[in-house]
Design a protein around this ligand. Structure first.
Ligand SMILES: *Cc1c(COP(=O)(O)O)cnc(C)c1O
Length: 431
């Protein structure tokens, strides 16, 4: 590819930031502040945020109580960095997590803090599964997204992202997700059949890793029955059952965990994105105690345990997960969102199926190009919203779960207008 000299361009970003930058290309503004469900650009333009850091800001931007907890901690010279040494902040997080999340759900897990990103949590999950089982192969699913580091990327389906690896991505095979061939094909049954046949060519896996709702893959949803069946299949064939709850978890699709409704008990759970609550980097790999076979430091890292994130994560759990009020409100809002999206779909030739679950829902457009046009039109009118899916054809709403009904409706109105505008444009160019 020709080398493009950008050194004289007026924008510091175009001049100096790598071409790898991505979201900023869809939303070409410079943002200076944010609060709740709103982002404010340097020129004063206010945007409703239906992206929320890809579900990293489930409690909105700069939640005042989370922010205050962090300010207090910093003011008191609380430890900011301590490798993985014991700190008061870490103890408080673990105590809160045990008391409010694990105990009420009768869950028994060890908390491993990998490096502070989702990909790190997935890398750790895959490593421990391979170590525990002594097997190499991992089964992931079509349209799954698990991160961009080599181990996690191997489990990711998207060919564009895989292409960046530069080396073969090995040790993972992708099986069809629930509904991949339509409603009449039970992909779990097919998986069991192939794993049960020693001549199928499918190696017994160390783990089966799955998202309950595929965030980047187009908001495909696994049914409760399918998840339970996949869990059974994992057990039957001696594999660990891993749920990657990085995007669908922390209240986004129902309970604190996305799989609570299905009643499955994963061997390993990965969490990141909204875990810290304030958008600070933090990741967690939850490991069933009998699988916790790490040797000390066997998976190491300098930033394992972001103390500032411990402070806000503990505060967020106290604030939002002490009773079921938040969860019920999110369920209600999810229905409001889906009703709004369904209405947009009904009125348009370009918009199709409703996708996702609850506050992780979206609408499938005729093509990726149409979806991109709709999102661009939304941005023009003060709404930040992105696409997902094999062809980026799903316009996906990941509004903060704390968004007010009025803001949610206002965002949906902008989206509805954008779908109408793009529809009219297409009709005109077809005529
Ligand atoms: C975002 C995401 C990851 C990767 O997290 P990073 O923090 O970007 O490394 C992994 N799995 C799922 C389901 C995700 O949505």
């Amino acid at each position: 590819m020709a080398y493009e000299d950008t050194s004289a361009l007026p924008s510091i970003f175009e001049r100096r930031e790598s071409r790898v930058r991505s979201y900023c290309r869809s939303f070409p503004a410079v943002f200076k502040s944010a609060r709740g469900a709103e982002l404010i650009a340097e020129d004063g333009t206010r945007y409703i945020d239906f992206l929320a850091g890809c579900s990293t800001l489930n409690y909105g931007h700069n939640h005042p109580e989370l922010k205050q907890a962090l300010l207090d901690y910093i003011q008191a010279d609380g430890v900011a960095h301590g490798l993985d040494m014991h700190t008061r902040a870490k103890a408080s997080f673990l105590e809160t997590f045990e008391k409010r999340i694990l105990k009420p759900r009768s869950m028994d897990y060890r908390a491993m803090f990998p490096g502070p990103t989702g990909a790190n949590a997935v890398e750790a999950a895959l490593k421990i599964a391979r170590k525990v089982t002594g097997r190499t192969n991992v089964i992931a699913f079509t349209n799954g997204f698990h991160g961009m580091t080599l181990g996690a990327l191997a489990a990711t389906g998207n060919s564009g992202k895989r292409g960046g690896a530069g080396i073969p991505l090995t040790g993972v095979v992708h099986e069809p997700y629930d509904g991949y061939f339509g409603e009449d094909t039970d992909t779990a049954e097919q998986l069991d059949r192939r794993l049960s046949d020693p001549s199928s060519g499918l190696d017994k896996p160390a783990a089966i890793i799955v998202e309950v709702v595929q965030g980047e893959g187009g908001l495909n949803v696994a049914s409760d029955a399918w998840l339970r069946r996949v869990e059974q299949i994992a057990r039957k064939h001696g594999a660990l059952f891993i749920i990657d709850d990085i995007q669908a978890g922390i209240g986004r699709t129902g309970g604190f965990f996305s799989f609570e409704k299905a009643g499955v008990k994963p061997d390993i759970i990965t969490l990141a994105k909204s875990l810290s609550g304030l958008g600070l980097p933090m990741a967690l790999t939850l490991i069933r105690p009998d699988h916790d076979r790490w040797k000390p430091g066997e998976h190491n890292g300098t930033f394992r345990g972001n103390n500032h994130a411990f402070v806000t994560a503990a505060k967020a759990i106290d604030l939002f997960w002490s009773d079921d009020a938040f969860e019920r409100d999110v369920a209600r809002k999810g229905e409001r969102l889906r009703a709004g999206l369904a209405k947009i779909g009904e009125g348009s030739a370009l918009a199709g199926r409703l996708k996702g679950r609850g506050m992780m829902s979206g609408i499938e457009m005729q093509s990726g190009e149409v979806a991109a046009e709709v999102c661009a039109e939304c941005f023009e009118n003060g709404l930040i919203i992105e696409t997902s899916g094999s062809h980026d054809e799903v316009v996906k709403v990941l509004a903060p779960l704390t968004i007010s009904d009025a803001q949610l409706d206002a965002g949906l109105e902008i989206l509805a207008d954008a779908v109408r505008t793009v529809g009219a444009r297409h009709r005109k160019s077809a005529a």
